[in-house]
Design a protein. Structure first.
Length: 171
């Protein structure tokens, strides 16, 4: 059909699917779909990951919509804005992050084991019995930032970019 933006229609359908997954507490599937949507919006589907420049290119309206879906459907437990708030409570600052505040935040949400000084892989995090039954505050969405073998410094840079984008978007 002429005049239909099929790319936009596909995004709308995926957003509805995301909302259904969140309402059903299908956190893993919702997390993975959130990452796919973020890649789709930034035209990074083929790569399957975002760099700091791609995070900065995310349209505010899309970021707001994703955040709102997570916040609304988790009773304010999950979402980008919830993560931002927790990071700031852990001593992080917009545009200035230290390894200390990043590790404190990551330990709070279950991404990092401070006792072992190691980063949990995505499957470890999502399959952990404790997280499967009682997922930590603000721990999701996670897949957008998850590059398992580079979670430390690269993860901090990506999350820093996301927090800066959230500030720019007034989230």
């Amino acid at each position: 059909m002429k005049g239909i933006n099929y790319r936009e229609l596909e995004k709308i359908l995926k957003v509805k699917e995301l909302e259904q997954l969140l309402k059903a507490n299908e956190w893993v599937k919702a997390d993975q779909l959130t990452a796919k949507l973020m890649c789709q919006v930034t035209k990074r589907e083929k790569e399957g990951w975002l760099s700091t420049e791609h995070i900065d290119a995310l349209p505010c309206e899309d970021l707001l919509m994703l955040d709102q879906l997570w916040v609304d459907n988790s009773n304010n437990k999950f979402g980008f804005s919830v993560q931002k708030k927790l990071l700031l409570e852990c001593g992080g600052e917009v545009e200035k992050y230290t390894s200390t505040s990043w590790k404190k935040f990551a330990a709070e949400v279950g991404w990092y084991h401070p006792q072992n000084d190691d980063w949990r892989t995505y499957p470890e995090f999502m399959n952990d019995t404790q997280n499967a039954q009682n997922i930590s505050l603000a721990s999701l969405p996670y897949a957008y930032i998850c590059i398992d073998h580079l979670m430390g410094g690269i993860g901090m840079m990506m999350f820093s970019s996301l927090v800066q984008k959230l500030v720019k978007c007034n989230l």
